[in-house]
Structure formats: structure tokens, C-alpha cells
Design a protein around this ligand. Structure first.
Ligand code: FAD
Length: 289
């Protein structure tokens, strides 16, 4: 089923994101975590796509196939185009389709300063146009990424939203946001997107923070702002790892409660492959969905 169908019920859609294991590991190394996440019955689980070559991307397919075919949960496989030619995209798309995967998150991917990008696609919208031009993939649902604080390369939030509109016009049927820790950014972004004519569902990406190093890594990667309230929490509990996990879960649950109260279309939890944290959050907000 296309993910966009899930939004038609009018109820907020809960989804999870997982990432594949390192390339010298195996899919089986994370199957137990995936199975536990699946028991929480999210509407779908998405699987990230590495820039790390064929093995990593085979893992993306195999994990998404496991979610869909063995766990009975709708799966979304991410795919990036920055390091893929058109031919390579078709190969990956066909392997997804053969594995029964019906949904993708179409991304450009981050540009690695040490690896010149391939030139077939400059933006995710071009990847979406390319996939949509082939009737073979008509039954594949396509989602796209969006950035409540603006993408790090964009001149302004407005410029980024105008580019985002091109992604939706190309055929993205749902959007998932980058993680954020201050809901005000999401509400401002959502309002501006509607004014710009973007009328597809937008799921809010929420990352429960469980360690200080995780926050530092994430903020370096995606540039999310850290509100004072959040910084105070991390500073207070950074030397007590178990307390920080509880505080991170409480913070994420509070963000989600506020988003649900304000009519968000969906909540996409960046689970970091951690079923314990996802379970605790679902216990708190599950009845609000
Ligand atoms: P684009 O939509 O192409 O946007 C990139 C930049 O180009 C933006 O600044 C935008 O404003 C600009 N732009 C877009 N279109 C145009 C245009 N037509 N003309 C001029 N400028 C334009 N990365 C991975 O490697 N693997 C993953 O699995 C992965 N999953 C992700 C999941 C989510 C929910 C999110 C939010 C991000 C994910 N990323 C992943 C990171 C993503 O690849 C990076 O953020 C990347 O830098 C941008 O990808 P994009 O698809 O948003 O790019």
C-alpha cells in the first residue's frame, strides 16, 4: 500500500525510522530490534540508505523486505541519488520492487567533499521526476525530506520551501521532516509551506535523545537548533546516562503531545534502532494518536 493512503483516515500516522548495520555486519544483527519495533505496530517503518556502496544498500532492501514480508508492517526504503547514475537508480528500484517494497523516500543525499557527486541528478526533485516518468513504478509511493529550519545549503527557509514545492510538484506524496527540538520551527515551516501551495501530509521527525555524543553528532550533521530548555536538560543529566535517557524520552513525548494537539499529520520517530526508547514513547503517547 502507498504510504499516502495511510493519511487518508485523517488520524495522525505514527512511523519509525531504522538504519542498516555496518557493512561488515549482517542484517540478522538487527533483526531482533526490528521485530521488537514492529510489535509496537507503527503504520510503517522506513530504512535509511547509506552512501556506503552496494552492501549497505542491499541491507536497506533486505531490512525493508523483512519489515514488509515477515513483520507485516508497511516498509519504506530510502534511496539517494548523489552517488547514483540513472542506470544505478533503476537497478536499485527494480531490486526494491522485486523484494515487494512499495514505498521509497527519494533523497539527494549529502555531498561528501571528498567524493565528487555523479551528475545525472542534482536534486531529489529530479530523482522523483525520473522515477515518475517510468510507468513501471506507478504503484510505488514516493515521499520526500523537508527541513523546518531550512536545509543547511539553502539561502533562506523561503528559498528552501520554494525548492520543496518543486519536489512535491515532481510527485512526492508525503514529506518527512528533519529532526527538530523546538516545535515553533515546525509550526512556522508548516504555515509557510501551506502558503507556498504545498498540500501533502507532513510528518514531524522526532529524535528522542539518549546520549550527549548522539546530540553532538546529530547537530553537526543537520544543524538543528537546541533550545535553552533542551540544553539545560542535557547539561543537568549528561553525567547520569540512565537519567538522560529518561529525560530524553520525556522531552520527545512532550514534543509529540504538543504536535498532536496542534493537528500534526504524522509523527516519524528516529528510533536509532532502540526498541526500548520507542516502546516507552509509544506507552506515553499511543492513546493520543
Ligand atoms: P534536495 O531536495 O535536493 O535539497 C538539497 C538542497 O538543494 C536544499 O538546499 C534545497 O533547497 C536545494 N534544492 C532542491 N531543489 C532545488 C532546485 N530545483 N534548484 C535549486 N536548489 C534546489 N541521507 C542519506 O544519505 N540517507 C538517508 O537514508 C537519509 N534519510 C533522510 C531522511 C529524512 C527524513 C531526512 C530529512 C534526511 C535524510 N537524509 C538521508 C539526509 C539528506 O540526504 C540530506 O539532508 C541532503 O543534504 C538533502 O537531501 P534532499 O533529498 O532533501 O535534497
Amino acid at each position: 500500500m502507498k504510504i499516502s493512503e495511510l493519511f487518508k483516515s485523517g488520524k495522525p500516522v505514527l512511523s519509525f525510522e531504522v538504519f542498516p548495520p555496518k557493512k561488515d555486519s549482517s542484517v540478522e544483527s538487527i533483526t531482533a530490534a526490528i521485530d521488537e519495533l514492529a510489535q509496537l505496530r507503527p503504520a510503517y517503518i522506513s530504512v535509511t540508505y547509506g552512501a556506503g556502496g552496494n552492501t549497505a544498500n542491499t541491507f536497506t532492501r533486505d531490512i525493508a523486505a523483512h519489515i514488509k514480508n515477515d513483520c507485516g508492517i508497511e516498509a519504506m526504503a530510502h534511496i539517494t541519488c548523489v552517488n547514483n547514475s540513472k542506470e544505478e537508480v533503476l537497478t536499485v528500484m527494480d531490486s526494491f520492487a522485486e523484494a515487494g517494497i512499495e514505498n521509497i523516500l527519494a533523497l539527494r543525499g549529502d555531498i561528501n567533499p571528498n567524493v565528487p557527486p555523479k551528475t545525472d541528478f542534482r536534486h531529489a526533485s529530479e530523482l522523483i521526476t525520473f522515477i515518475r516518468s517510468d510507468p513501471k513504478y506507478d504503484n510505488i509511493g514516493i515521499s520526500g525530506a523537508c527541513y523546518p529550519e531550512g536545509h543547511t545549503e539553502a539561502d533562506s527557509l523561503t528559498a528552501d520551501i520554494l525548492n520543496l514545492r518543486k519536489k512535491v510538484e515532481a510527485g512526492a506524496e508525503e514529506l518527512i521532516t528533519q529532526l527538530f527540538f523546538d516545535n515553533a520551527f515546525f509550526y512556522d515551516f508548516r504555515e509557510k509551506s501551506v502558503i507556498a501551495g504545498i498540500n501533502v501530509p507532513i510528518s514531524a521527525g522526532i529524535m528522542p535523545v539518549t546520549s550527549k555524543s548522539q546530540i553532538e553528532r546529530m547537530v553537526t550533521m543537520c544543524g538543528a537548533s537546541l533550545p535553552q530548555k533542551f540544553v539545560r536538560m542535557v547539561t543537568k543529566y549528561e553525567s547520569r546516562p540512565e537519567a538522560l535517557i529518561d529525560a530524553g524520552i520525556a522531552y520527545a513525548a512532550d514534543q509529540i503531545t504538543d504536535l498532536l494537539s496542534n493537528g500534526v499529520d504524522g509523527i516519524h520517530i528516529y528510533t536509532m534502532n532502540n526498541p526500548y526508547v520507542a516502546r516507552r514513547i509509544v506507552e506515553i503517547v499511543g492513546k493520543l494518536l
